[in-house]
Design a protein. Sequence first.
Length: 200
Amino acid sequence: MLLSAVLCLTTLMPAAAPAAELTAKDREFAIKHLEDTRKKFLASIDGLSEAQWTFKAAPDRWSIAEVAEHIAISESTILGMVNAKIMNAPAPEPGAERLSDQKMLDALVDRSSKFQAPEMLRPTNRWATREALAKDFNAARDKTIAYVKETKDDLRAHAAPHPVLKSLDGYQWVLLISGHSARHTAQIEEVKTAPGFPKK
């Protein structure tokens, strides 16, 4: 799973570089991406019947309900990791190979490569209803957007390795939140095209 590496970031030392806030351009881009991907995710689960919500294309495949739960669990988990771990990570290494923000997002939504979710992010039917899940997802996404709008953290001054996307700075880890939901919203749309998906 794309989040597994950050779960181990427990011994990183803080960077000594002077703090600098996000640029207005970075804030605007992240907020728009967070809002756009929120709308697409919520639209993808809207109006589904119970049969469609719980349909599995195969025994080892996730249902839309399980994919949605994974998105909702990850939503607050990643932001918590940014605050608790990434912001205590060292500065990006000079000359280290790194992706641009857009290339990172493009790679993230490329579903030609699949990954296993860590145990803590796997669905276990935490929400009794789709409405409760959507409510908690929205609350977590609101919190992330508020953080991007208000933070004075120098997100670009901290970086941590990602198992697939290489070194990501703190700002890119925030973008991972919306990129992750975009990746799995695409997975939801894949479930809808699977043979046997209920028509209603």
